[in-house]
Ligand binder design. Structure first.
Ligand SMILES: [Fe+2]
Ligand SMILES: [Fe+2]
Length: 275
């Protein structure tokens, strides 16, 4: 099966690119399952139910989030209504919504998706490794499910790599999100897990991590906030990771960075005909 994972969608610019480009990407490469991190899709801060639904309507099978998940308060209500909406699993017990779920992909495969938040330089939640261990033990790759996809939403590259290496052979895909800058290390780890330290953002890269440049520069130079941070509005570049998973083992066979848009060196998978 083939999976596409798109990094943090930032604002209207990011949403527009996803709406225009995602259906064609699915068509061209035959993706069986699509995950999109959309924690910044509503004006750079959080996600609304309407935006959630629009991303599902253009081909996403699961929406993951991160530290910005509750920036739009309505998420506290709709999180419980939508199975395809995930928030980090390591929030305290009783938090609305869910942090993992099992889905049926277009090819019939059972796909476990886990959204977890790192512990370094972020709000302290339950230990991400304990939370993920619980999930992958309860639904073992090759037994309870045919693929395991983990969104490690974290600041530190070291912690994201630790999660990738920890889950090597137990997950099909581990990707980092949150920093909004794609790393150049997409690869298959020794025991078969596809990994990329950060898959970047879907947003306007003529910006500072997706936000309009002037105010962050003013704040950096004057130390005085003078305006709200707002997403940059230029055309977005789509960024993410494509993976071909072996249907028998649930482990990765091919990986490729996906980058489409005006800012980054273009990259699209060349997986050939579907097996
Ligand atoms: Fe983000
Ligand atoms: Fe984040």
């Amino acid at each position: 099966m083939r999976v596409l994972f798109l990094g943090d969608v930032v604002g209207r610019s990011g949403r527009t690119a996803v709406r225009i480009l995602l259906p064609g990407l699915i068509e061209r490469h035959g993706f069986d399952f699509v995950v999109v991190n959309a924690e910044n899709s509503a004006g750079g801060f959080g996600i609304t139910e309407e935006i959630f639904q629009s991303l599902i309507d253009c081909g996403a099978d699961c929406i993951t989030t991160g530290n910005h998940v509750w920036d739009q308060r309505e998420a506290l209500v709709f999180a419980d209504r939508h199975e395809r909406f995930l928030r980090p699993i390591n929030y305290p017990v009783g938090t609305p919504g869910r942090g993992s779920n099992l889905y049926i992909a277009r090819n019939g495969a059972r796909v476990l998706v886990i959204n977890v938040m790192g512990s370094l330089f972020m709000t302290a939640l339950e230990d991400p490794f304990a939370a993920v261990t619980r999930e992958v033990s309860a639904c073992v790759l090759g037994h309870g499910c045919d693929a395991v996809i983990v969104d490690m939403h974290a600041e530190a590259s070291s912690e994201k790599q630790t999660m990738g290496q920890y889950l090597d052979g137990k997950a099909s895909i581990v990707v980092g999100t949150h920093t909004h800058v794609p790393t150049a290390d997409q690869r298959i780890l020794r025991n078969g897990t596809a990994f990329m330290t950060d898959i970047g953002m879907c947003g306007d890269y003529d910006s500072i991590i997706g936000m309009e440049k002037d105010e962050p520069i003013r704040r950096a130079t004057t130390k005085i906030p003078q305006a709200r941070l707002a997403p940059a509005l230029g055309p977005a570049t789509l960024s993410g990771l494509a993976v071909e998973i072996d249907d028998d083992t649930g482990l990765a066979r091919k990986v490729a960075a996906v980058r489409i848009g005006p800012h980054l060196e273009p990259s699209e998978p060349d997986f050939g005909a579907k097996p």
